[in-house]
Design a protein around this ligand. Structure first.
Ligand SMILES: [Zn+2]
Length: 182
């Protein structure tokens, strides 16, 4: 299992506190088990304790990455949660031929998707790397969207075409409205 930035962001974006309401893809144990199976190939049921650990890590990771995107200091209690989860499994940084580094678990040598502690450790470690390395982490600029994403182009302000189109459509509507009745 490789925890790249896309996967890490998908994890922190499972909770979106939108002005229009909260979206939480890990809201209960069934939803969380479904997300873990779909995204990470983890196919075991999860206990209440597992679920609480998952949410605690996700929420702390989100606070840290939001602080990073806003140029703020990371909250100490969230650093404690992520750093504690990160030490829980033996793992190794591996380099590939395109100069990308990724975390692999030394214990298994191959994806061990059925150890939740290892999965959480991998996610926590990926959050650490993303927060430390990325100056391009931003929150979507659309008013009703709070998705965190990596900006590949400095002019990019929206996480998706849909958000960009929605903002442009709203602006165009506002322009026409301010021009008086049609
Ligand atoms: Zn967006």
């Amino acid at each position: 299992m490789v925890f790249d930035s896309q996967r890490t962001l998908a994890f922190v974006n499972t909770r979106l506190d939108r002005p229009t309401g909260l979206i939480d893809q890990l809201a209960d144990r069934d939803a969380a088990a479904g997300w873990l199976a779909g995204e990470l190939g983890y196919d075991s049921p999860i206990s209440g304790r597992d679920h609480a650990a998952l949410l605690e890590l996700r929420d702390s990771a989100r606070w840290i990455l939001r602080a990073r995107s806003a140029g703020l200091t990371p909250p100490p209690q969230d650093l404690d949660v992520v750093n504690a989860a990160s030490v829980a499994a033996p793992r190794a940084e591996q380099l590939d031929g395109d100069w990308n580094s990724a975390v692999h678990f030394a214990a298994s040598g191959s994806p061990d998707a059925n150890n939740l502690t290892e999965l959480l450790a991998g996610l926590a470690s990926a959050v650490v790397n993303l927060a430390a390395a990325s100056e391009n982490l931003v929150e979507c600029a659309a008013d009703d969207c709070v998705v965190l994403f990596l900006r590949t182009d400095p002019r990019r302000r929206w996480h998706s075409k849909r958000c960009g189109n929605r903002v442009r459509a709203a602006r165009s509507f506002a322009r026409h409205r301010s021009g008086g009745p049609p």
